[in-house]
Ligand binder design. Structure first.
Ligand code: S5P
Length: 474
């Protein structure tokens, strides 16, 4: 029997054993649906189990090698078992409940870091269940980049998975399954069309596990970036192997330039407060740009714009500093609303420019609330071409892997200054709090030997990042 005939046979069997039902139902994530799949019943039908495993093998495993297979608990577990036995491929088992016990292993079986694992699932709606399994496998250092499913409900799951670097193949899409059932007079053409239309109109919300973004390496993140400065910064970090942003909070232009001569090779980004420099001239800008070119770093002017669009536009492009002419990116508050982002977007003179929006602050007692942070992130999503990322403190703040988390308030020891600045350690901000680029100011510029201190920061921060993307977080 050819593959197409087998698919047709499977579709009809699923219908006959009530694994697919038509009516009105509710899915796990609360979406109302006129069609429901309950593939748990297939365990009572060995012929159906056999057919499914043969088809999955032909679709996903015949021409491909993977070190392990892993079924998403629970429905796909017996299917994964059959495939494992048939193809003599090792199986891994993910515990669903281990998290609440704390110490128990989440992934059972024998494996090595870097091993590839094919994931098997019955039905995908939003992709969230698959992503939970992907995340647990990646935390163990396994490569989890492919999933094979019986049915793709075509409600956004495939896209959600792709954003998280997981390619999905399916035996049937919803449209294909309905076509077969209509052709075989199991359901009418009319009700088939109704189901398709309904499902297409009810797309699952974008969902990704909170730590997905931070497990991806910078070179991969560059592919997701929509802002050209974010793309450049990810690429610089990956090639120079540094995620250190030096905040050159010094008031003498010579001191700044002297320091950058020596540490330029160790940083990906230099952050300025141009209005604190006492001997500012245009020459300073010329030299700064030359150093940026020589050492391949970007320049962030930490101006923290916070006015109406028109004023911000003037502050950005006019006056003594003409920031828009030389700074690759700037910081801005979301407080005044979207007008500010529109102003910055329209004032770039055709140059590649970016904005880091302040979603949280490092200082004690700041007035930013959870609501403010969430609204800031939503506002930024409307300006993908200009937003480079967020100045923020927590990994939960945003999910988009194409944006950069810039985190200030970092020193080698956790501490505070006398004006409310709170310092966390590199380990904490990168491994726990999700920082992508780490801002260090006085930790380096006020050190006895700023150059050797910069190297210590660079090495420590990079080590933490490598640990994070290797998946070994504990
Ligand atoms: O929340 C913030 C946002 C910023 S941009 N907290 C901050 O400290 N910053 C800036 O980061 C601050 O203006 C300063 O330039 C730098 C931190 O400097 P440090 O000397 O405390 O490391």
């Amino acid at each position: 029997m050819g593959t197409n005939n087998k698919l047709e046979e499977l579709a009809i069997s699923l219908y006959n054993i009530d694994a697919v039902k038509f009516g009105e139902f509710m899915t796990k994530i609360g979406i109302k649906t006129p069609v429901y799949f309950d593939l748990r019943v297939i365990v009572s039908y060995p012929d159906v189990m056999d057919l499914i495993s043969v088809l999955l093998y032909e679709y996903a495993l015949k021409d491909k090698k993977c070190d392990h297979v892993c079924g998403v608990p629970y429905t796909a577990l017996p299917i994964a078992t059959l495939i494992s036995v048939k193809t003599k491929t090792s199986m891994l088992m993910r515990r669903k409940e281990a998290k609440s016990y704390g110490t128990k292993k989440v992934i059972e079986g024998h494996y090595k870091q870097g091993d590839s694992c094919l994931i098997i699932e019955d039905v995908v709606t939003s992709g969230s269940s698959v992503l939970e399994t992907v995340t647990d496998l990646r935390k163990e250092g396994l490569k989890a980049e492919e999933v094979i499913v019986i049915l793709d409900r075509e409600q956004g799951g495939k896209q959600n998975l792709a954003v998280n670097n997981v390619q999905m193949k399916s035996l049937f899409t919803m449209t294909e399954l309905i076509d077969i059932l209509v052709k075989n007079n199991k359901i009418t053409e009319e009700s088939g069309k109704d189901v398709i239309n309904y499902l297409k109109n009810v797309q699952a919300p974008q969902s990704a596990p909170e730590f997905e973004r931070i497990l991806l390496p910078y070179e991969k993140r560059a592919e997701f970036a929509t802002n050209s400065i974010a793309k450049q910064l990810f690429t610089i970090m990956a090639t120079k192997k540094t995620n250190l942003c030096l905040s050159v909070d010094l008031t003498s232009s010579t001191k700044i330039l002297d320091l950058l001569e020596k540490v330029g090779e160790h940083v990906c980004l230099v952050k300025t407060h141009i209005d604190i420099i006492e001997d500012f001239t245009n020459d300073f800008i010329v030299r700064l740009k030359q150093l940026a070119q020589t050492f391949n770093f970007l320049i962030l002017e930490d101006r923290k714009y916070a006015d109406i669009g028109n004023t911000v536009s003037l502050q950005y492009s006019k006056g003594l500093y003409q920031v828009g002419e030389w700074a690759d990116c700037v910081t801005a508050h979301s407080l005044p609303g979207e007008g500010l982002l529109k102003a910055l977007n329209n004032s770039n003179n055709g140059l590649s420019r970016g904005v880091f929006l302040l979603a949280e602050m490092s200082s004690e007692g700041n007035l930013i609330t959870k609501d403010y942070t969430e609204t800031t992130v939503k506002m930024a999503a409307k300006y993908p071409e200009i937003i480079t990322g967020f100045v923020c403190q927590k990994k939960e703040t945003f999910k988009d892997p194409g944006l950069i988390q810039l985190t200030p308030g970092v020193q080698l020891e956790s501490s505070k200054d006398e004006l409310g600045q709170v310092y966390n350690t590199p380990e904490k901000v990168i491994l726990e709090n999700g920082a992508d680029v780490v801002v260090v100011g006085r930790g380096i510029v006020a050190a006895k030997s700023p150059v050797s201190e910069a190297i210590i920061y660079k090495d420590t921060l990079w080590r933490c990042y490598m640990k994070r993307v290797s998946g070994k977080m504990e």
